[in-house]
Write a protein that binds this ligand. Structure first.
Ligand code: CS2
Length: 502
C-alpha cells in the first residue's frame, strides 16, 4: 500500500480533510521543541487551521530533543500525518500540513539553534514534559538561580559546552544569544507543559542559566523575550497498532505515525507577544490576562483525577482510563474527591465553574475510542504529584479541610512505584527518580516506607514533616497492599473519608 506524502495527498478519500494551503511553500515561523503526539494533536492543528484561513509564515520546524523516531517516520511523508478525532462512536481523519521541517537536536544542535535564531522565527513552543526543564522544584517567587538545577546532567553539560547544547534551556539560550548579538528583535516563547506558570518558570531558568554563563544578555532577555504563561488541554494517547490500522482504513494509504485524540481541545494563552501572532481566536484559542485560574482548574481537577486513576489502576491491572471510570465505585470516588477535597480548596474565582467542568471531565474520561493507557499517565509521578495532588493538600491543610482521599492518592503513587502488581507480577514504573524512590517504596513496613519517601524533600517540600499526612498515607498504603485498589476504592474510599481526618 502507498504511503501518505505530498504525492498521495490528492488520492485520499473526499471526506478526509487536508490543508487548503500549499504546505511545501509555507514559510517556517515556529520552532517547536518536543514534537510528540501532544504537539501534533494540539498546537500543530491550530496552526494548520490558521494557515487554512490564510495566515502565512506560521509553518513549523519540529524538533525532537533526542529520539529520531518522529523525524524518521514523518520525513518520508513530507511532514504530513493524520490526526484522528474520535468521540468513541465516529472517527474523523484530517491530514495536517503545518509540520514543515523535522530536526533532532541530539544529532544537529547547531541546526536547531540556527533555526531558532533565524529572523523569520517568531515563536518557539515547547512540550518537553515536566522533567524536561531541568528545574529544581523551588517554587515561583524564589530567586531564578534557585529554580535551575545546575547539577542536572543536561544542564551541567550545556553550561560546560554551550556550543553543543542538548537541553531545551541550553538550546534556547544559545539561540537567544545569537539573536541578541545579531541585534534581532525579540521572540515569543510558549511553554505548553502541565506546569504552574510555565512561562515564568522558563524565563527564570533562562535567566539563571544566563547569569552562570555571564554573557551580558540578561537585560535583553528580560526586555525582548516574551514568555506568556499558557494552559493546553487535549487528551492524546500514544499511537499503537490499532491507530495505525484505523488511519490506513480511513485514508487508504499508510501513515507511519498517525495521532488519535478526542474532539475537545483548549488553549489559553496570556495575551503578551513579542511580535505578531496568528488569529487563533478564530479556532477558539482564548487570549487572557492571567492564565492561573485555568491552569489551577486543569491541574487539580483533570490531571489530579488522571493520576489518581492511573496510580490505582496499574497495580490492579486496569489498562485504560475509560475502563477505570466505567466502574461506579471509581467514578464515585473521583467525584467525592473533587467535591469534598479539591473544589473547596480552590480559589473563589474558579469554584463556581468547577462542578460543570468536572461533569465534562467525566464524559471525556469515558471516551472508549481513545484507549488512554493508565501506564502512560502513571509515569513521572515525582514530577506530577506536587502540582496535581500536593497543591490541594497544602491548600486544605491551611483551611482545615479534609485530606483523606488525597492521602490515598499519595499512597497509591507509592504503591505504584513498588513495581509489583496485585497478582505478584513485576512491571516497570517509569520515573526519573526511580532508582532513589523504588527501594523506599518497597520497604515492607508501610509507616517506614512513607517516612522514607517523605524525606525526599524535592517531592514533598514543606509537607515532608507533616505527621497527619504521613499517618493517613501510611494507613492507605497498608490497606492498598493488603486488599488491592478495587477493594479499597469500593469499601474504604468513601467510608473512611467521612471520618474527616485532617
Ligand atoms: C495526563 C495528561 O499523562 C498525563 O499525565 O494527565 O497528559 C493529560 O492527558 C493532558 O494534560 C490533557 O490535556
Amino acid at each position: 500500500m502507498k504511503r501518505l506524502s505530498a504525492a498521495t495527498l490528492a488520492q485520499l478519500p473526499g471526506q478526509v480533510l487536508r490543508p487548503a494551503y500549499e504546505p511545501r511553500s509555507a514559510a517556517i515561523g515556529v520552532v517547536h521543541l518536543g514534537v510528540g503526539n501532544f504537539f501534533r494533536a494540539h498546537q500543530a492543528a491550530y496552526l494548520d487551521e490558521a494557515m487554512n484561513d490564510g495566515a502565512t509564515g506560521w509553518g513549523v520546524c519540529g524538533v525532537s530533543l533526542r529520539a529520531p523516531g518522529t523525524r524518521d517516520a514523518l520525513a518520508p511523508q513530507d511532514g504530513y500525518y493524520t490526526l484522528i478525532e474520535s468521540d468513541g462512536g465516529t472517527a474523523r481523519a484530517r491530514v495536517i500540513g503545518s509540520l514543515r521541517e523535522l530536526l533532532v537536536a541530539h544529532e544537529q544542535p547547531q541546526s536547531v539553534v540556527s533555526r531558532i535564531a533565524d529572523p523569520a522565527t517568531r515563536w518557539v513552543t515547547l512540550t518537553i514534559t515536566e522533567k524536561g526543564y531541568g528545574h529544581s522544584g523551588a517554587p515561583a517567587g524564589a530567586e531564578p538561580a534557585a529554580r535551575l538545577d545546575a547539577t542536572h546532567p543536561d544542564i551541567a553539560h550545556d553550561l560546560a559546552h554551550p556550543d553543543q547544547p542538548r537541553s531545551a534551556v541550553g538550546l534556547l539560550h544559545a539561540a537567544l544569544l545569537q539573536r541578541h548579538r545579531a541585534r534581532l528583535g525579540g521572540l515569543t516563547v510558549l511553554s505548553c507543559d502541565n506546569l504552574s506558570c510555565n512561562g515564568d518558570l522558563l524565563r527564570d531558568l533562562l535567566l539563571a542559566f544566563d547569569r552562570i554563563r555571564n554573557t551580558g544578555a540578561h537585560g535583553w532577555i528580560v526586555d525582548e523575550v516574551c514568555l506568556p504563561n499558557t494552559m493546553v488541554d487535549r487528551i492524546v494517547p500514544r499511537t499503537g497498532q490499532a491507530e495505525r490500522a484505523l488511519a490506513e482504513e480511513l485514508l487508504g494509504v499508510t501513515d507511519a505515525w498517525p495521532v488519535i485524540t478526542e474532539p475537545f481541545r483548549q488553549w489559553v494563552i496570556e495575551d503578551r507577544f513579542a511580535g505578531p501572532r496568528p488569529a487563533l481566536e478564530q479556532s477558539g484559542v482564548q487570549f487572557v490576562r492571567d492564565v492561573r485560574p485555568y491552569e489551577t482548574m486543569k491541574l487539580r481537577l483533570l490531571n489530579a483525577a488522571h493520576s489518581t486513576m492511573a496510580w490505582l489502576a496499574v497495580p490492579a491491572g486496569i489498562a485504560t482510563v475509560d475502563q477505570a471510570i466505567a466502574t461506579p465505585a471509581w467514578r464515585d470516588f473521583i467525584q467525592a474527591m473533587w467535591r469534598e477535597e479539591i473544589i473547596p480548596g480552590l480559589d473563589a474565582d474558579v469554584v463556581e465553574a468547577a462542578p460543570a467542568y468536572c461533569d465534562s471531565l467525566l464524559a471525556r474520561f469515558a471516551n472508549p475510542g481513545l484507549a488512554h493507557l493508565t501506564a502512560q499517565i502513571a509515569m513521572d509521578g515525582s514530577q506530577k504529584l506536587p502540582l496535581r495532588i500536593l497543591s490541594s493538600i497544602r491548600a486544605n491543610l491551611l483551611r482545615n479541610l479534609p485530606i483523606d482521599r488525597l492521602s490515598l492518592v499519595v499512597a497509591a503513587w507509592i504503591r505504584y512505584l513498588e513495581g509489583i502488581d496485585e497478582q505478584g507480577r513485576a512491571y516497570a514504573p517509569d520515573d526519573p527518580l526511580l532508582p532513589q524512590l523504588q527501594p523506599l517504596a518497597r520497604e515492607r513496613n508501610a509507616g517506614a516506607a512513607v517516612r522514607g519517601m517523605f524525606t525526599d524533600i524535592a517531592v514533598f517540600g514543606d509537607l515532608a514533616g507533616n505527621q497527619i499526612l504521613a499517618g493517613r498515607t501510611a494507613h492507605w498504603l497498608a490497606r492498598l497492599r493488603q486488599s488491592g485498589s478495587r477493594d479499597v476504592v469500593a469499601h474504604d474510599g468513601l467510608r473512611d473519608g467521612l471520618s474527616g481526618a485532617h
